[in-house]
Design a protein. Structure first.
Lengths: 131, 407
């Protein structure tokens, strides 16, 4: 059963959020946490090594922009689904955030239901691309 | 004291003019005009010269207003007497009296200047009346009148030009001051903006992230309870509590950084005393009792000392830091000194912190000096006058009603 679950990688420089997402995904049916990264470089290493289906990317990754990471992730041959997240509200962030083709979710809106809803919207397309 | 102090220059200029007049009169007496009135004039101007010598020593010792008073006074006393003897020199002497008053503009306080203007009015009234008299009969001969004509024709435009130049210099000084004021105001605004940006980032990276993490845990905990996994829910609740307490600490720390409550409730000495306890360096603390000041003045001194302390801990971590605060009814003085590596103030690339400190103290009406020598430590010292700021809108005992939250 576990093998069919969506593998999630969380990329955030805040330990508190990685921790909270880990606990949440642990109890969300159909998802499993495959890794947590504090930086873009760490994230790319995980994506290469693990079976990652969905990457949750913080917009402000410390010194680097989460957008840069998204671009690299999407440029892969079989890109995972990517979701940009931030403690800022959408309207506080750059207007062209989604121009790179990645949806956005405010961190405090994240819940098991929101995650499942999101995966229904962007997951299947990515997965057909892979299979 | 600057080497070319305008007051000293003015006094010396007056002195040279007085001595030249005595020499001129002496020559006139010796060569042609054998009038006793010439000797009276010489004695009078000699009295002025002696007064000016006194004024010069006051000016050299930095007692500028006393030097100006003596100079103005000597001229204002001499003018009506000279004109009573030689009525035709009325015009140049009026201009000379005016010249002295213009000199006093930058030096005397407003009240003293008003007194000087009053004295000048009385003196010039007497001078004008003296100008309508016949003057000394023995000086009303052709030779004397010719000499006076030459003096008047030469002196009127010359002294008028001097008065004009002085007023123009005054105008230029005011323009320089206004420009510096605009610059310092703009710097203060820039610093305020930067502070707000930093505050936003601290709030975002600190308390807000902790609260977001706590909020995201809540649905997870609810789900765990629904599944009957109470021990796991309990463990997560521990972590939520930890996040909430972290957020509370963050907010308290930030709020204290914005404005330390102890500064409002107990004043500068206690606020600085509290800050010093957080410093890792060995410290020598001498915090005297100082009167309460308007909040913007206390805040300026507090943040100036805080910045100096932070600079010392950052750049001179092994040094002993001395923090002093003292004050009386006239001024509050503060000093933060370390015996660390110091720096070369002429080669500091990033002096914005120091400039900001100076601007804040300047805005509070005070003065700040930063002295540093490579290898011999740094001293930040300043003072803010109490006079004039205590009579502000606060009134009463100078204490503002505190608006601290009740819990």
């Amino acid at each position: 059963m576990r093998g069919d679950a969506v593998g999630v990688l969380v990329v955030d420089d805040q330990e508190s959020f990685r921790d909270a997402v880990g606990a949440m995904i642990g109890i969300t049916r159909g998802f499993r946490l495959v890794g947590a990264a504090a930086s873009g470089d760490e994230a790319l290493a995980h994506v290469g090594a693990l079976d990652v289906d969905l990457v949750l990317v913080d917009v402000n990754l410390g010194e680097h922009s989460g957008l840069d990471l998204c671009r690299v992730l999407l440029a892969a041959e079989h890109p995972p689904a990517v979701l940009l997240m931030s403690a800022y509200r959408r309207e506080e962030l750059p207007a062209d955030l989604e121009s790179i083709g990645v949806p956005f979710l405010a961190k405090d809106q994240l819940s098991p239901a929101a995650l499942a809803q999101l995966w229904r919207e962007l997951g299947p397309r990515e997965r057909t691309g892979r299979g | 004291m600057r080497r070319s102090d305008p007051v000293l220059r003015a006094v010396e200029f007056n002195l040279v003019a007085a001595l030249a007049s005595i020499a001129f009169l002496g020559g006139a007496y010796a060569l042609t005009i054998r009038s006793g009135w010439i000797l009276v004039l010489m004695a009078l101007i000699a009295g002025v010269a002696v007064t000016l010598v006194g004024a010069r020593s006051h000016a050299r010792a930095g007692r500028r207003s006393r030097a100006i008073w003596l100079t103005v006074g000597a001229n204002l006393v001499a003018a009506p007497v000279v004109v009573a003897i030689v009525p035709d020199v009325l015009a140049p002497l009026v201009l000379v009296a005016l010249l002295q008053v213009v000199l006093a503009i930058d030096v005397l306080s407003e009240r003293q200047f008003a007194a000087a203007v009053g004295a000048a009015f009385v003196s010039l009234l007497l001078t004008a009346i003296a100008g309508r008299t016949q003057g000394a009969r023995s000086l009303r001969n052709d030779v004397s009148m010719t000499i006076v004509d030459v003096v008047v024709v030469a002196a009127v435009p010359a002294v008028a030009a001097l008065v004009t130049v002085l007023i123009w210099q005054h105008r230029r000084r005011l323009a320089d001051q206004a420009a510096e004021l605009r610059r310092s105001r703009s710097r203060l605004a820039t610093v305020a903006d930067r502070e707000r940006r930093r505050l936003e980032r601290d709030l975002h990276d600190g308390a807000q992230q902790q609260l977001v993490a706590a909020a995201v845990q809540v649905p997870t905990i609810r789900a765990l309870i629904g599944m009957g996994r109470a021990p796991e829910a309990d463990e997560l609740l521990d972590r939520v509590e930890q996040r909430l307490r972290g957020a509370i600490d963050d907010l308290r720390r930030l709020a204290r950084g914005l404005y330390p409550p102890v500064l409002a409730t107990r004043g500068l000495a206690d606020a600085l005393g509290e800050v010093v306890t957080t410093v890792a360096n060995p410290t020598v603390v001498r915090l005297g009792t100082v009167p309460r000041l308007p909040p913007e003045v206390e805040t300026a001194i507090y943040y100036c000392c805080l910045e100096a302390l932070q600079n010392a801990t950052k750049h001179a971590p092994a040094s002993t830091i001395t923090v002093e605060l003292a004050g009386d009814v006239t001024a509050i003085r503060f000093r933060v000194a370390d015996d660390g590596p110091g720096f070369d103030p002429t080669s500091t690339a990033d002096g914005t912190g120091l400039l900001n400190m100076a601007d804040r103290i300047d805005a509070a009406g005070g003065e700040l000096t930063v002295a540093a020598w490579p290898g011999a430590g740094t001293v930040v010292a300043g003072s803010v006058p109490v006079v004039g700021i205590g009579a502000g809108p606060r009134g009463g005992d100078g204490r503002e009603e505190l608006a601290l939250p009740s819990n």
